[in-house]
Design a protein around this ligand. Structure first.
Ligand code: NAP
Length: 283
């Protein structure tokens, strides 16, 4: 019998703890402010930004939105980031991805000063994570760790297989699982015989971006399956990378989509905004 990992419950728990700390910072005259930049009219990006604003409201973090038109020049965006880097009222900065194709995403990510980079996408902060010397960790992978820890799922010595090696999910996921003393295998599109790895996994983290990619025959009995994917099925409904209905019966724990990793990413973003605010104020 599998147990469902409830990302809404865990994210509410984390946001509640962030809110308590934001209130006590407020009593010391300190407020936390997150600047969110969105460029263009991508509907998915708009939904994500609205969700982040709502989470800020729920935690007492001040959110400032900078909505720029699609045709914004790269130089203009970089100059806004420079302004926000120097703005003492702003503690965290994020630029919603993807950016329009005429803007170099990497340049933009690395323009955000590491002390305010709450998405933890910058080279400096990614490097800090890998050497285990960090204040903030990448939101989605850290959200996965928080989920597993909330349910007391042991990581030490476990055979963890990550499917996907992106800079925002797969690679930082590997770094955080290694830090927890798991044995980590990172698979990708050139992996030969993917099932060989997944069938031996105690924990599978799927971050592929392909609906129902992980099927029951790829999963061993009793495995923990974490589905990071956000896709649309044939009927336009949200679904993950895992064939949930068929895989769940083999699992000890499994995350649903929606309601699994998605809410956790935003909860960790709030946690990161709190962490940088405390650091900047020597709290
Ligand atoms: P991405 O940059 O497109 O990376 C996908 C990864 O999957 C790549 O490393 C790719 O391998 C690998 N892959 C593709 N086909 C494969 C195959 N047949 N076998 C094995 N590996 C394969 O995607 P991403 O940004 O990491 O996102 C992954 C999914 O997570 C998406 O659905 C995204 O929407 C979702 N996501 C969710 C959250 C959240 O908050 N829950 C946050 C971020 C992303 P190569 O490197 O070889 O191409």
């Amino acid at each position: 019998m599998y147990r469902l990992i409830d990302g809404k419950e865990v994210s509410n728990y984390i946001k509640g703890k962030v809110r308590d700390e934001i209130i006590s910072l407020g009593e010391k005259g300190i407020k936390a402010t997150l600047a969110v930049i969105i460029v263009g009219n991508d509907p998915a990006s708009r939904v994500y930004v609205n969700n982040k604003k709502r989470a800020c409201e729920a935690t007492g973090i001040v959110s400032r939105e900078y909505a720029l038109p699609e045709e914004t020049a790269e130089a203009e965006l970089l100059s806004l980031i420079a302004e926000l880097n120097n703005d003492k009222e702003v503690n965290g900065i994020l630029c919603q991805l993807p950016l329009p194709s005429h803007i170099d995403e990497k340049k933009v990510i690395d323009a955000i000063c590491p002390e305010k980079d709450v998405d933890v996408f910058s080279e400096v902060n990614v490097g800090k994570m890998w050497v285990g010397d960090y204040d903030v960790a990448s939101c989605t992978p850290k959200g996965v760790i928080e989920l597993l820890e909330y349910y007391d799922i042991p990581l030490e010595g476990k055979n963890c297989v990550i499917i996907g090696r992106s800079n925002i999910v797969g690679k930082p996921m590997a770094s955080l699982l290694l830090e927890k003393n798991a044995t980590v295998t990172v698979c990708h599109s050139r992996t030969t015989d993917l099932s060989f790895f997944t069938r031996n996994a105690d924990i599978i983290v799927a971050a592929v971006g392909r609906k129902r990619f992980v099927t029951a025959d790829m999963v061993k009995e009793g495995a923990v399956v974490v589905d990071v994917g956000i896709n649309r099925d044939e009927n336009g409904k949200l679904c993950g990378d895992v064939d949930f209905e068929n895989v769940k019966e083999k699992c000890s724990y499994i995350t649903p989509v929606p309601g699994g990793c998605g809410p956790m990413t935003i909860a960790v973003l709030m946690k990161n905004t709190l962490a940088v605010t405390k650091k900047q104020n020597n709290v």
